[in-house]
Design a protein around this ligand. Structure first.
Ligand SMILES: [Zn+2]
Length: 110
């Protein structure tokens, strides 16, 4: 998916960076601040993406601007479940997807 991310790359630390951004520190030394809104928008679950066409059915205007995570759960060694203030709980984000969101929507800290 991208040159930096390897199978063994995992998030070491995930915590609030500001009132609007998540900080994600990765095992390869990279670190990013990513807007909560973008993380929520890129939720890969079947409520947000059409399973058959792969097309995103969620629209930006459907989301509250101040949407934020209320919890993070590890799903094995490959994904994080993000729980959201809009009660959305079905998003399981594979690490490679999270890394791509970091690269495309995040601010690189290290
Ligand atoms: Zn979703």
């Amino acid at each position: 998916m991208n040159a930096e991310f390897e199978k063994t790359t995992i998030p070491n630390r995930v915590e609030p960076h500001s009132t609007t951004e998540m900080r994600m520190d990765w095992s390869n030394g990279a670190s990013f601040a990513v807007p909560y809104f973008e993380l929520r928008f890129y939720c890969p679950c079947a409520n947000c993406v059409d399973e058959h066409t792969g097309k995103r059915t969620l629209k930006r205007e459907d989301l509250m601007g101040d949407v934020r995570p209320t919890g993070v759960n590890a799903i094995g060694r490959y994904a994080l479940q993000l729980l959201w203030s809009d009660k959305h709980t079905t998003g399981m984000y594979p690490f490679n997807l999270l890394y791509s969101i970091c690269l495309e929507k995040g601010l690189r800290l290290a």
